[in-house]
Design a protein around this ligand. Structure first.
Ligand SMILES: Cc1ncc(COP(=O)(O)O)c(C=O)c1O
Length: 344
């Protein structure tokens, strides 16, 4: 049975698995000094059309935390959305790895930061007792399934620059944003003013791992040491890196992301048609948020469906993965229809 709790419930996509198996051949150098890792880093530079520095770590929490730590000192602060994964779901790791830099969560419609909110957070205080704002972090696609358009990113990044702040992007679902907007990865990152991207792999069908891309290479100084100290330097790095080659080489990453987005639209459309319940947020990536009446929520769970009640934003969250089948969406919709009509 497929589920909607998280897009990391899905397995490994065939392209990534093929590359993983191909990489399991013979002896190669360790700690990233292997052909696979070098090829993937070059491939990422080609996809992003720039000569960025590339690192591979085991998960998103490490990628975000170590990247943020590289951008600030312990007495600095990081402006984030109040629903940002770094603030709500990383167990204090960004503060831990930066030796105490403080997250400053701010509000914003549809999970997005605005220039006005950044200006307010930066100019609120300028005294020595306030942790000095140094970084803005945004999530693309956001935690509520919306996306920043390039002009919105540019406005945020320009404001950040004006106030001497660096820009970090949590791209756990970056592929879904690229597929949803139909713009180039470069236009959604460095051309819009992003300094560092944590590019998520697992939700795209990789077994494990994230890539950290430094578009401003000066910011990557000693980053390898930071990764090693944090236990994030894989000795058999080829098994973190090679699966990326599988999904990058023939555009599978965008195909899978576009499919997941299409399944989310199918779900949102079917839901509105069957029940009249609108999605709480615009469906621009692979997530659908909806307020379910309690009996429907309970009924779905009794029928075995797994999904999250997303406390921070309210409502229930249904995530579609690279492998979510249209039939799965239709079965969920049929169950919702029955339950909404009073069935059990
Ligand atoms: C927005 C966002 N950022 C980062 C992550 C990565 O977290 P993890 O440390 O579980 O790989 C996730 C995973 O759910 C996420 O949703």
């Amino acid at each position: 049975m497929q589920h909607f709790a998280s897009d990391n419930y899905a397995g490994i996509c065939p392209e990534a698995l093929g590359a993983l198996l191909a990489a399991n051949d013979g002896h190669v150098r360790s700690y990233g000094d292997d052909e696979w890792t070098l090829r993937v880093a070059d491939r990422l530079r080609a996809v992003f059309e720039t000569d960025c520095d590339v690192y591979f770590v085991f998960n998103g929490t490490a990628a975000n935390s170590l990247a943020l730590a590289a951008l600030c000192q312990s007495y600095h602060s990081v402006i984030c959305h109040r629903l940002a994964h770094v603030a709500t779901d990383e167990c204090g790791a960004p503060e831990f790895f930066s030796n105490g830099a403080k997250l400053l969560p701010v509000a914003g419609e549809q999970g997005k930061l605005t220039p006005a909110a950044i200006v307010e957070a930066v100019t609120r205080r300028s005294d020595i007792h306030y942790p000095k704002p140094k970084v803005v972090t945004l999530t693309q696609a956001t935690e509520v399934g919306t996306v920043y358009r390039p002009d919105e990113l540019r406005a945020v990044a320009d404001t950040a620059r004006e106030h001497g702040l660096r820009v970090h992007m949590d791209g756990a679902r970056f592929a879904n944003a690229v597929a949803g907007l139909g713009v180039s990865p470069a236009d959604l990152t460095w051309r819009a003013g992003v300094d560092v991207l944590c590019f998520g792999g697992t939700k795209m069908g990789l077994p494990v791992g994230e890539a950290v891309l430094f578009f401003d290479r000066r910011l990557a100084e000693d980053f390898a040491y930071r990764c090693k100290q944090a236990g994030q330097l894989a000795s058999k790095m080829r098994f973190l890196s090679a699966p990326w080659l599988g999904i990058l080489e023939d555009g599978a990453w965008l195909r899978h992301a576009a499919h997941a987005n299409a399944m989310a639209r199918r779900l949102a459309g079917g839901l509105a048609e069957a029940t009249g319940w609108p999605a709480i947020f615009p469906v621009q990536a692979n997530g659908v948020f909806v307020h379910l009446p309690e009996p429907v929520d309970a009924g779905l769970r009794a029928r075995g469906w797994l999904f999250y009640d997303f406390i921070a934003a309210g409502g229930s969250r249904f995530m579609c993965g690279w492998d979510t089948a249209p039939e799965t969406v239709d079965r969920l919709l049929a169950d919702i229809r029955e339950l909404a009509a009073g069935g059990e």
